[in-house]
Unconditional design. Structure first.
Length: 363
C-alpha cells in the first residue's frame, strides 16, 4: 500500500467514526496530502468503497504521473466543478456525506443539498488535518531540507546587508536566494522590518532603506516539495543597547525554556504558558500578544497550535514552531523562531541558524 493509499484508509476509518459514509475533500492541500496530486481545481471523494478524483482536462497527464491507478472523473469543459461533483456523488449514492466546512463554499453546499435531496449532508472539520499533524519519515526529511534551504539563503542575505538597501529589496533577494538553494519558493512572503517597524509582527517590507537602525527582524522560510520551514532571526545592525540586550535575552530565554519542555503528552497550552511566563514575569506580557507557535507542513500554519486554546497533548511526529516575541511600538520588536520535531522521547530542533545575541551582530 502506498503512503497515500494508507492515508486514505486511515481517513476512511475516521469518516466512519464520524457517522458518515463518505467525505468530499474540497481543501486542495488535503487533496494533495491524500493523493500526491499537486494541481488545483480538483476534489476528492473518499468512501469506504471507493476513491474518486474529480478534475479536468488540464490535469489528465499530471494525474497519471502523480497518482497512478487513482480513479478519476474528468469533467468536460462545458461542466463546472460543482456540477461534476454532483454527478460523481449521484453515481456513488452516498447516504450520509461529510463535507469540509472550512473550505466548501456556502453556494456549493446549497447546490449539493438541492441536487442531491436523498443525501444527508453535514459539515466536518479537521478530519484530514488530524492525520496531517503526524509527519512520516519522508515528510520529516522534506521539512529538514526546507530548513537547510532557508538557512543557506539567510546566510547570503546577511552577507549582503548594506544601509542603503531597502526592506523590500532584501525580501525580494531572499526569495531569489531560496530558489537558488533548491526551494520551490518561499513558504510565505518574507518579513523584513528594520527598527521601529519590527514592532509589527507581520510587517510588510517597505521601500525605505534599513539605514542605521539598531535591529533588523527577518521572518522567512523555504517550501521544499510543498513542505514549509519557518524561521525568524533579529540581526543587530547598529549598537547593542542595554534595552536591546535585555529584551533579546528575555525572548531567547523564553524560547529555550519552551523548547526544552516539548515532549509527547505535554499540551500546546502548557508549552505556551512556559514560554509566556518568562516574558510576563519580566513585565512585558502585554507586548507578547500571539500564540507561542503553530504546526507546519504542507501549510505554513496548521495543527497543532502552541497556544492557550489547545488542550490536546503533543504526539511524536508533530512539527511545530516556537516563536516568542516582544513588540514595543515606536521602538521595535524581537522574535526568535525555530522549527521543532516532537520525538518519542522528547524533541529535536530542526533549524540550526545561530541565535545568540553576539552571533547576530552584522559588521
Amino acid at each position: 500500500m502506498t503512503r497515500f493509499a494508507d492515508r486514505r484508509a486511515k481517513l476512511s476509518k475516521l469518516v466512519k467514526q464520524a457517522g458518515a459514509d463518505g467525505l468530499l475533500v474540497s481543501n486542495e492541500t488535503n487533496v494533495t496530502y491524500l493523493t500526491g496530486f499537486t494541481g488545483d481545481s480538483s476534489r476528492l471523494l473518499v468512501t469506504g468503497r471507493e476513491t474518486v478524483m474529480i478534475s479536468d482536462f488540464r490535469y489528465i497527464t499530471q494525474l497519471a504521473e502523480e497518482c497512478p491507478g487513482l480513479p478519476t472523473h474528468i469533467r468536460p469543459a462545458s461542466t463546472l466543478l460543482s456540477d461534476a461533483t454532483v454527478d460523481v456523488l449521484g453515481s456513488a449514492k452516498v447516504g450520509r456525506l461529510a463535507v469540509e466546512g472550512d473550505s466548501l463554499t456556502a453556494a456549493d453546499h446549497a447546490l449539493l443539498a438541492e441536487k442531491l435531496p436523498k443525501t444527508a449532508l453535514f459539515l466536518s472539520r479537521g478530519l484530514v488535518e488530524s492525520l496531517r499533524q503526524i509527519k512520516d519519515q519522508e515528510e520529516i526529511a522534506d521539512l529538514r531540507q526546507a530548513a537547510r534551504q532557508a538557512e543557506k539563503a539567510f546566510a547570503v542575505l546577511r552577507a549582503t546587508l548594506r544601509p542603503n538597501r531597502s526592506e523590500k529589496e532584501l525580501a525580494d533577494d531572499l526569495e531569489h536566494q531560496l530558489r537558488l538553494q533548491g526551494a520551490q519558493s518561499s513558504s510565505f512572503p518574507p518579513i523584513v522590518a528594520a527598527g521601529p517597524r519590527a514592532a509589527l509582527p507581520h510587517a510588510r517590507p517597505s521601500n525605505e532603506p534599513i539605514g542605521n537602525h539598531d535591529l533588523l527582524l527577518v521572518d522567512w522560510g523555504a517550501s521544499n516539495k510543498g513542505y514549509k520551514s519557518d524561521l525568524t532571526r533579529v540581526l543587530v545592525i547598529g549598537r547593542i543597547s542595554p534595552k536591546l540586550e535585555r529584551l533579546y535575552g528575555l525572548v531567547l530565554k523564553a524560547q529555550a525554556q519552551a523548547v526544552a519542555a516539548i515532549r509527547p503528552g505535554k499540551t500546546g497550552r502548557e508549552i505556551d504558558e512556559i514560554g509566556r511566563a518568562v516574558i510576563a514575569d519580566a513585565g512585558f506580557g502585554k507586548y507578547f500578544g500571539h500564540g507561542l507557535g503553530h504546526g507546519i507542513g504542507l501549510d505554513i500554519h496548521e495543527l497543532p497550535r502552541l497556544s492557550v486554546i489547545n488542550e490536546q497533548p503533543l504526539r511524536a511526529g508533530m512539527v511545530v514552531t516556537v516563536e516568542p516575541g516582544i513588540y514595543l511600538p515606536g521602538w521595535g520588536g524581537i522574535r526568535i523562531e525555530d522549527d521543532v520535531l516532537v520525538t518519542r522521547r522528547g524533541h529535536e530542533v530542526l533549524t540550526n541558524c545561530p541565535k545568540e545575541l553576539s552571533e547576530m551582530v552584522v559588521e
